[in-house]
Design a protein around this ligand. Structure first.
Ligand code: PMP
Length: 376
């Protein structure tokens, strides 16, 4: 039965049970819901206002930031960022590249501005396994922004706190792809000089089809964006229109509101972080105590992602890996291997977003221990 399945998918994925119950109620309503209301109806305006207010409260988003619900997912923002923050194609942006998603973000930006890369590959193996140091020397002082991905979903590398740029570079706004870790830890918006932070919804905060993009208001203005920036991507246009320049993803916005309410009800972002630490510890402990039966690709334990735990079985042994997947699937633990073009070697991946409870993570840990014992 469906309720016995635990979904460890890297996204899209399941939401917390209480939120899924609320969503089911939307579908069972006979009156008009966010699925059928005009986006200009006062009833939808209330839903939109609520989602923004709840997100502001939960994530302590200061008043000098605008909350936008943007189109085109994370990839939309890969393009929207340089188009909004670089007026000219000759403007420079610095990209920290330490995994598949920052590669994607950097490559897209290269079409619209001059990109400088801080390369996060391990010089010996060429793999993305760490986060490079940010120094005066590797950040161009004229950068319009410094971009980083706070959780590399595929590589399993997470910054548990955003970095502060070196003193002489503190004036440069930080741009953060928080697609796979937003809402799971506090953000020091002003202290880290965050200019823009975006999160595609389909991991921790909702369903695909909407992206939450938080923009500091001083970066808005008619003269700021490239003249080539499409209206649908233009932060200023969408902010001035109160998120209603064109039809927003009405239902998906309502869902984000419900997830934010759920976070508030369970004790706020600090409680979510506590749970994320516990969930990740449950799995990493099994890996570390398995005498090499399970392996992690991230050597620096301080950078290990709490969201996505990549692991292999006996160094990637195909037969054992398949046995692991079949046996785990048979007991309802699903989503541990996805057919992604960005796979990292033979690694499986347990994603521990808001839809996975501490109990759920413990169930996977118990299964992993049991499997190792049976097959060692
Ligand atoms: N950034 C990160 C960190 C992601 O994990 C993803 C999706 N897996 C994306 C960007 C891309 O998002 P989308 O598929 O919505 O374009």
């Amino acid at each position: 039965p469906a309720e016995d399945i635990i979904n460890f998918s890297p996204g899209p994925t399941s939401l917390p049970k209480d939120v899924e119950t609320k969503i089911a109620a939307i579908f069972n309503t006979t009156g008009l819901t966010s699925l059928a209301l005009s986006h200009r109806a006062p009833e939808f305006q209330a839903i939109l206002d609520h989602a923004i207010a709840a997100a502001r409260k939960v994530m302590a988003i200061p008043d000098d930031y605008e909350v936008l619900f943007t189109h085109g997912g994370g990839h939309g923002q890969f393009a929207a960022l340089p188009l909004n923050l670089c007026h000219n194609a000759s403007d420079v942006a610095t990209y920290v590249v330490n995994g598949t998603w920052s590669v994607r973000g950097r490559d897209e930006a290269q079409r619209y501005c001059q990109v400088e890369t801080i390369d996060g590959r391990d010089p010996e193996t060429g793999d993305y396994t760490y986060f490079p140091e940010l120094t005066e020397d590797n950040i161009d002082v004229n950068s319009k922004y410094v971009y980083l991905c706070s959780n590399e979903t595929v590589n399993g590398i997470e910054l548990h706190r955003l970095p502060k740029l070196p003193e002489s570079r503190r004036h440069i706004p930080l741009v953060v792809d928080a697609s796979s870790d937003f809402s799971t830890k506090p953000i020091d918006w002003h202290g880290c000089n965050v200019g823009v932070l975006f999160a595609c919804a389909s991991k921790n905060i909702g369903h695909p089809g909407v992206t939450m993009t938080v923009v500091r208001k001083d970066l808005l203005g008619e003269d700021k964006a490239s003249p080539l920036c499409p209206g649908v991507f233009n932060y200023t246009t969408n902010s001035e229109a109160g998120n209603l320049w064109n039809t927003p993803a009405t239902f998906n916005i309502e869902v984000i509101g419900h997830v934010m309410d759920w976070i508030e009800q369970v004790g706020g972002v600090d409680e979510i972080e506590r749970r994320c630490i516990a969930k990740a510890k449950a799995i990493y402990d099994v890996i570390d105590e398995s005498n090499g039966f399970y392996g992690s690709p991230v050597p620096d334990t301080t950078l290990r992602s709490r969201m996505n735990v990549p692991f292999n079985v006996k160094g990637g042994d195909e037969e054992l890996t398949n046995a692991f997947l079949i046996e785990s699937w048979n007991v309802g633990l699903i989503g541990l291997r996805t057919l992604t073009p960005f796979g990292v070697g033979d690694y499986l991946r347990a994603s521990l977003y808001n839809g996975v409870s501490v109990d759920d993570a413990n169930k996977l840990a118990d299964f992993m221990r049991h499997f190792a014992k049976e097959h060692s």
